[in-house]
Design a protein around this ligand. Structure first.
Ligand code: PTJ
Length: 259
């Protein structure tokens, strides 16, 4: 099926098709489709748009990556299917390394993602994660990391994450940036900076904002990153959801009850 451009949910259908293609290509896990469904529901509640606090979080996150000494972008099966070109571009703009790190890790899927990223323009030596040689204090496959990548990083972008690794990375003293449409998730709360936005909008925004800040002195970049209040941004996202739908239920109940 190819979604017709005239369909009111065209963009949303396109994203689904890209993930289904990702599953067929052995890049995305089947569980990734379920995870996407949860994200899609929150995106619907947010009005499928980038809210102001998400733009501010994206700017702080871009500043954090630019100021970091060893920034790393962690890529999973959903991210590889949805934003391969954009992840590569973000790594170029910020000087960050790319490391594949999977929750449902299989060696075939790691290889498929690495090949997919290479086909999108990353040269072989730039992708980490195929041969992990260090570990994080976790009892699942996300523990397998590269000593020169995530393990040594001072700032890590972990989009569409599970809370465990986010907490583990934070407790190792790293700055953790996540992109998660669910402002109530453990990940959202544990991260240094959470961008409550769809990854397909957030990464292009980060690229644009990072370009705008290129050349700023390190202390200015750190100031921008440190000024960000994660708790306040999460509360703002919840307020946006409430104000988006305020009165909606009351109207419908009223209409149903009318003679
Ligand atoms: O490729 P793998 O094996 O590493 O697996 C990746 C998934 C995403 C399946 C794995 O990390 C997982 O199970 O994640 P969770 O715990 O379901 O969390 C995913 C979070 O991402 C949820 O809070 C969703 O709301 C959110 N999310 C889903 N799709 C998007 C999203 N956030 C931003 N943009 C999206 N497109």
């Amino acid at each position: 099926m190819t979604a017709p451009e005239s369909h009111p949910r065209y963009q949303s259908l396109l994203i689904r098709e890209r993930l289904v293609a990702g599953v067929r290509a052995g890049i995305t896990s089947q569980e990734g489709l379920i995870a996407h469904g949860r994200g899609e529901a929150f995106d619907y509640l947010l009005g499928e748009r980038t809210i102001g606090s998400a733009i501010r979080a994206s700017r702080a996150a871009a500043a954090l990556l630019l100021a970091a000494k060893r920034p790393v972008l962690s890529v999973n099966g959903n991210v590889a299917a949805l934003v391969p070109d954009e992840i590569i571009e973000l790594s170029r703009v910020t000087g960050a390394q790319i490391e594949i790190n999977l929750f449902y890790r299989t060696e075939n899927r790691v290889r498929a993602i690495a090949d997919h990223l290479r086909a999108h323009g990353t040269s072989a030596h730039e992708i980490l994660g195929e041969h992990p040689d260090a570990s994080l204090p976790l009892d699942h496959a996300r523990s397998q990391v590269c000593a020169d990548g995530i393990h040594a990083a001072d700032a890590v972008l972990v989009p569409l994450e599970d809370g465990d690794r986010c907490q583990a990375l934070a407790s190792m003293g790293k700055s953790v940036i996540t992109i998660d449409l669910n402002p109530l998730s453990r990940t959202a709360e544990a991260a240094t900076i959470t961008i409550v936005d769809n990854v397909v909008r957030a990464i292009p925004n980060m690229i644009r904002l990072a370009r705008q800040m290129e050349g700023l002195p390190e202390d200015k970049l750190n100031e921008i990153a440190l000024q960000h209040d994660n708790k306040e941004a999460l509360q703002d996202a919840i307020r946006e959801i409430v104000s988006q739908w305020k009165g909606q239920g009351e109207v419908e109940i009223g209409e149903t009850e009318a003679p």
